[in-house]
Design a protein around this ligand. Sequence first.
Ligand SMILES: [Zn+2]
Length: 233
Amino acid sequence: MSRSESLYHLQRIDSQLDGHHRRLQEIKVILEDDRAVKAVRAKYDSADELLQEAHKDLRNAKARVQDQRAKIAQSEDRLYSGKVGNPKELEDIQNEVAALKRYLDVVEERQLECMLSVDEAQANFDDAQGHLDQAIADSESRNADLLQEKSGIDTSVAELEIQRQERVSGIAADDLKLYESLRSKRAGVAVAKVQDRDCTACGTGLASAIYQQARSPSKITQCDACGRILYAE
Ligand SMILES: [Zn+2]
């Protein structure tokens, strides 16, 4: 195998590893991103709060209705007890009962409004709970898929690392140094295949002398334009 061919095979392994590492990073970011669930949970929390408030309002309204009924019963007891004989006093109590009953209408109306508010808040809460359950289920299903994908990539990375070690052991130190230096300067791609006398990395046509040299198994030839190591089959 020529020097450039060895480096070309190493490049292919490294390019696959680069792709795997990029994808693993993407997966990590997606797994850590729980914004979707958080947003739905915030709506659920606020719907829960509104429902608790509506229940509290209704409890208060019911207490006022009971209170009012108790007052009416008390006044009517006095009215019909036979203990009050004075007509003026009886008339006062009758007026009081009438006033208490008018206000009972008001607090009963308020109680009805509270009941409607509870129904509305309950429907809103049920809706928010449905959305939250769905968001959690979606997130869990997505995460399970990503974890499965990650596991497959981890296995592939381990295999490629072994292949890489084997490749590297057959490459001269100077060639490896040039390769690594070009990798860091040329977006991870140090070796370019030659096709139709062109460098496939930058598209530049190769001069005849360079092309001939690139075909030599014992020499390392770099592209005039981009500096990458040329590999001609
Ligand atoms: Zn080039």
